[in-house]
Design a protein around this ligand. Structure first.
Ligand code: CA
Length: 696
């Protein structure tokens, strides 16, 4: 028997926030004690299961001896969802997850039956934030009796876990600024903390805010980079940070958004932030007379009660490549040179794997886990990278590894204390950096457009063979890969590891694969019918261990990745979105999925391309359209491939969609400020891409 979700349609028609009549009863009290407990595997209480952020489960019913018997025990099709990249939570047999646009659902974790749904009506609230593509979230938080959702448009909302009613809602960003949230609220000590993202869209200054979990009242806020000194600094930490900036950085915001990693450490009562890249990336604009630009691209430790600065470690001083440190911060107890170390593990975009003593903030070791050409090593005396001349594109165009996609992005790594290995989804893609022809004196931050790098980017397609990717099992003590398996394309999902000597990972090609954790032997795989961008979780109910994951090709590379993403054939709205659960002996079958499909550009000889208009349209397309529809109009699956769209052939229809907002309810933004002439220029630019595309 399969579940078809009749409620999806009814909820949309009636427009109510709450459907179903389920009443959820939980016995687990989710507090600091529960979230610090690593021993009980039945629940999955937090984004990375518990405070350690390890994504390690002590469950071993499913193990390296029997994983081949894993099969589907229940699934739910999600026809109205799109990008699904999040981690569900499980509390006492109830699974909570977010669909697209932050719709929160509670289902029976043994059947998938819907218990309730809460819709924060993001499209209604988003306004211009719809232009920022990010219709997905990486997850939610659970504290005592509430579930916490951070919406794309910047709200933090507490929802009653028993029935889905809203308890409070707090706006966490200034709606006049292009800030959005894709990150996960984190809870600790009756507080809930959230950051945001958007450094490429405008003059953005990063910060996090902690709120009272019961009331939504603000407890504290920490800014990551200093503001205008003329306005005074919020803290001594900001005064200290300002010493590392030059020029008039505040005009560009500075950057440093905390859009992903926030880890709470109960042993030191500290919150660690993984901080973002510069706004803009180009230091010649941002801080023209040098400086490290604290606290960009850093791990910053804060007092959990007050948000006061404790220590920091900067992975990429004066970053110039989008090498943010927003990747997970994992807590692990290691034995290094015979000494017990309370360590944190961090594998940011810049390609080095860092092991840091989290009591002191001191760097213990750092080695490249992927191809790195911007620095030769990290000097352990100073803790600073030894940079390679030319990498800062100071002598002209530079090909640098890693690319802005990173050697590792937000796709979660896991750590298994049994094997002592971290399991990292890695990428090896070259970045081509140049600011030739950009007037760095006259440069201005963009106004709600994806154009805030200050270097030339995404002006060409990214070919399908532009890079490679692999799953690496990394020994943080020895600082070396113990095993590695190649992965398809570049955009593969985060990992789960268990006491059953397993690592599970979903891939870009739609395969969920189980590996033996200690040696990387592939033991089992399953085709879920669509590209996977979300990590699996595991939990147990009534003695049965389940493995569950969301299926829904999505997030940044499915928009900006061009042919590198498009090669898998997960075209917009063609393949199913699902929540799938496996158990030993599971024998449900999924309905057949359409084969991979790559849209064919429409042949339209009657549309005569005006090259002058096409050139006018190029920068508009790059700033406003490329993020979702792909550079040079090659879609990676996040949005329709415009070369195959009949709408582009009709000026009236095109204006109706782009300026008139005819498809706003589907998530297509409305560009009121665009003129009809500019819209026409976009049409000619898009059609020119069909004409210039190389033959298949
Ligand atoms: Ca960035």
């Amino acid at each position: 028997m399969t579940r078809r979700l009749p409620w999806t349609a009814s909820a949309a028609v009636i427009g109510i926030a709450l459907v179903g009549c389920g009443e959820v009863n939980t016995s687990t009290f989710v507090d600091d004690e529960a979230l610090a407990d690593a021993t009980s595997g039945d629940n999955w209480l937090a984004y990375a299961r518990n405070y350690s952020e390890q994504r390690y489960s002590p469950l071993a019913q499913v193990n390296d001896g029997n994983v081949s018997e894993l099969g589907i025990t229940w699934y739910v099709d999600l026809p109205d969802d799109r990008s699904l990249v999040g981690t569900p939570l499980v509390v006492d047999g109830v699974l909570y997850y977010e669909g697209s646009y932050n719709v929160l659902r509670a289902v029976d974790a043994t059947t998938g039956e819907l218990l309730w749904e809460y819709d924060p009506e993001v499209i209604e609230h988003a306004g211009d934030r719809l232009r920022m593509m990010w219709d997905y979230s990486r997850g939610i938080a659970f504290w005592k009796g509430a579930v916490y959702v951070a919406t794309m448009d910047g709200r933090l909302i507490a929802v009653d876990a028993s029935d889905g009613t809203e308890l409070w809602s707090q706006m966490t960003v200034d709606p006049a600024l292009p800030l959005i949230i894709t990150g996960v609220p984190k809870v600790f000590k009756d507080k809930v903390i959230i950051g945001n993202g958007g450094t490429e869209f405008g003059p953005i200054r990063g910060y996090v805010t902690a709120y009272d979990a019961a009331t939504g009242e603000q407890a504290w806020r920490f800014y990551v980079v200093p503001g205008n000194p003329a306005d005074g600094f919020e803290s001594e930490a900001m005064a200290m940070a300002a010493e590392t900036w030059t020029g008039e950085w505040w005009k560009y915001g500075g950057g440093g958004t905390v859009w992903n990693a926030i880890t709470y450490d109960p042993e030191f009562d500290v919150v660690y932030l993984g901080t973002g890249n510069g706004a803009p990336w180009n230091t010649k604009i941002r801080s023209p007379d040098g400086g490290d630009n604290l606290f960009l691209c850093s791990i910053v430790a804060l007092d959990a009660d007050t948000g006061e600065y404790r220590w920091h470690y900067q992975t990429t001083p004066a970053e110039a490549w989008d090498y943010n440190s927003n990747m997970d911060i994992v807590l692990a107890d290691l034995t290094i040179d015979g000494r017990e170390v309370k360590a944190l593990l961090h594998a940011p975009k810049n390609g080095f794997f860092y092991v840091i003593d989290r009591e002191t903030g001191r760097l213990l070791s750092a080695e490249p886990f992927s191809k790195v050409t911007w620095a030769s090593e990290i000097d352990l005396e100073t803790g600073r990278p030894v940079e390679i001349a030319g990498a800062r594109y100071e002598d002209g165009e530079a090909e640098v590894y890693p690319s802005p996609w990173g050697a590792h992005s937000w796709h979660a790594m896991s750590y298994n204390p049994g094997t002592g290995l971290a399991y990292i989804p890695t990428m090896e893609i070259a970045g081509l950096f140049s600011d030739e022809g950009i007037d760095v004196q006259a440069w201005r931050s963009p106004d709600w457009a994806f154009d805030g790098a200050g270097v030339h980017l995404f002006g060409a397609d990214t070919p399908a063979d532009a890079g490679t990717s692999s799953l690496k099992a990394w020994d943080p003590v020895e600082q070396r890969a113990v095993w590695e398996v190649p992965l398809p394309g570049a955009w593969n999902a985060g990992t789960l590891t268990t006491a059953g000597n397993l690592v599970l990972q979903g891939r870009a090609d739609g395969q969920l694969v189980a590996y033996r954790a200690d040696d990387g032997e592939a033991l089992w795989s399953f085709d879920v019918g669509s590209g996977i961008s979300a990590p699996p979780i595991t939990y147990a109910v009534d003695g049965t261990q389940y493995v569950s994951l969301l299926v829904g090709w999505g997030a940044a590379m499915t928009g900006l990745g061009g042919s590198l993403a498009a090669q898998h054939g997960w075209a917009y709205k063609v393949h199913p979105r699902r929540l799938v659960s496996f158990a030993l002996g599971g024998d449900r079958e999924l309905p057949p999925s359409p084969p991979p499909f790559i849209p064919e550009p429409i042949d339209a000889p009657d549309f005569v391309i005006d090259q002058v208009l096409a050139e006018v349209g190029a920068p508009i397309y790059k700033g406003k359209c490329a993020l979702c529809h792909g550079p040079v109009a090659v879609s990676g699956g996040n949005a329709p491939d415009l070369r195959a769209s009949p709408v582009v052939l009709s000026h009236e229809a095109f204006v109706d969609v782009v300026i008139g907002g005819a498809r706003r309810t589907l998530g297509m933004p409305q560009f009121i400020g665009l003129s009809e002439i500019q819209a026409g220029a976009l049409q000619h630019y898009i059609r020119a891409q069909v004409a210039s595309a190389p033959p298949e």
